[in-house]
Design a protein around this ligand. Structure first.
Ligand code: ZN
Length: 212
């Protein structure tokens, strides 16, 4: 790394240590833009939850204050939370994989929102783990599932996922990154598509797991 960049980073870190915590605004920042108390009081989980016969690694519970932070990050363009949310994911221990697959969103959602929140998280994680991002699956229009039975919902979600135009790029061991996991049906549907592409090991991680 060039000396100038290191010095710049050190200077940025030095000035950041005087900035107020992004959550309580009272104490100064300790790491990932929050103070030590706020960091320690996040609803940590750091273990796997079982959904749809899959073990999904969950950094936290979907609980206060992380539920609000994720909501603002996802729906209110509060992207200044990206370092905090990425920092949370960086505390986990990951299985050996070859690539990171962000949960895709439909083009319609992407136009409304302007970004895919899972891709932002995946990009930070890819830098941290020094792994490539792989996006071989596209997501079609996501619509309301109200009124559908459980079986119809699972069918409907599976149909939202389709393989992107074929390419020669193939990975066998991958890690799916998603923001919030509830029933796990989206991860399950994405996993099915990845297995069709020849993936032998599909792991998954989420920032927060909601109780079901
Ligand atoms: Zn704080």
């Amino acid at each position: 790394m060039p000396m100038s960049k290191t010095l710049l980073q050190q200077a940025a870190g030095f000035f950041r240590s005087f900035q107020p915590c992004q959550l309580c605004h009272a104490d100064t920042q300790h790491q990932h833009h929050v103070c030590l108390d706020c960091w320690q009081n996040l609803p940590w989980q750091r273990q796997s939850v079982q959904r749809q016969e899959m073990q999904i690694l969950a950094a936290c519970d979907y609980a206060y204050p992380l539920d609000r932070i994720i909501h603002q990050f996802k729906y209110e363009q509060q992207l200044h939370y990206t370092p905090l949310l990425s920092g949370i994911l960086q505390t986990l221990k990951y299985p050996k994989v070859q690539a990171i697959v962000p949960m895709p969103i439909s083009t319609e959602r992407l136009c409304e929102r302007g970004y895919n929140q899972s891709l932002l998280l995946a990009k930070a994680l890819s830098k941290h783990l020094q792994l490539p991002i792989w996006q071989p699956v596209e997501r079609l229009k996501q619509h309301s599932q109200k009124g559908l039975s459980r079986f119809e919902r699972i069918e409907d979600i599976q149909q939202q996922f389709q393989l992107a135009p074929p390419s020669n790029l193939r990975y066998r061991k991958v890690l799916i990154v998603d923001d919030v996991v509830t029933t796990g049906s989206s991860i399950h549907a994405l996993k099915n598509c990845l297995e069709q592409l020849g993936c032998q090991e599909v792991h998954a991680v989420c920032l927060a797991a909601a109780q079901i």
